[in-house]
Design a protein. Structure first.
Length: 135
């Protein structure tokens, strides 16, 4: 199942949030990319006594992927590095979500060319690797 908007893409995963983001991290590293940060939003909420279903974000990338877009328009650097959010909805279903890179490129007046499509494909590939491993 896939719930998406024009600005982001959601994929269902059968994994709990922490395991899903662990597998995202492993897939990203296996693909030769660098993990810049992993943010546990639900732990942050808990630290201030606020409830939040499991929610974790991972930031990752490689200069060969993002640099061409920033050469075209540096403001797209606001959207980089790449990111995937693992989160649990109100019914307990886990999801993996990421931005629609083509839409972000348009927002920053960057031509949707092969470098944009390549980044979108990387995000899709990471999700495929994670979900294939869960079956």
């Amino acid at each position: 199942m896939n719930r998406s908007s024009s600005h982001f893409i959601n994929h269902v995963t059968n994994l709990p949030v922490t395991e899903a983001i662990d597998r995202v991290e492993q897939a990203v590293q296996n693909m030769g990319m660098h993990v810049f940060a992993r943010i546990n939003h639900s732990a942050g909420a808990e630290s201030v006594d606020m409830p939040l279903r499991p929610t974790q974000l991972i930031l990752f990338g490689h200069p060969l992927g993002g640099t061409p877009l920033m050469q075209a328009q540096q403001t797209i650097g606001l959207e980089l590095p790449l990111k995937i959010l693992a989160w649990q909805d109100e019914s307990g279903q886990s999801w993996l979500s990421y931005p629609n890179i083509s839409q972000l490129a348009k927002l920053h007046n960057v031509e949707v060319d092969e470098s944009v499509i390549r980044l979108q494909d990387v995000l899709s590939k990471v999700i495929s690797v994670v979900n294939e491993a869960s079956h």
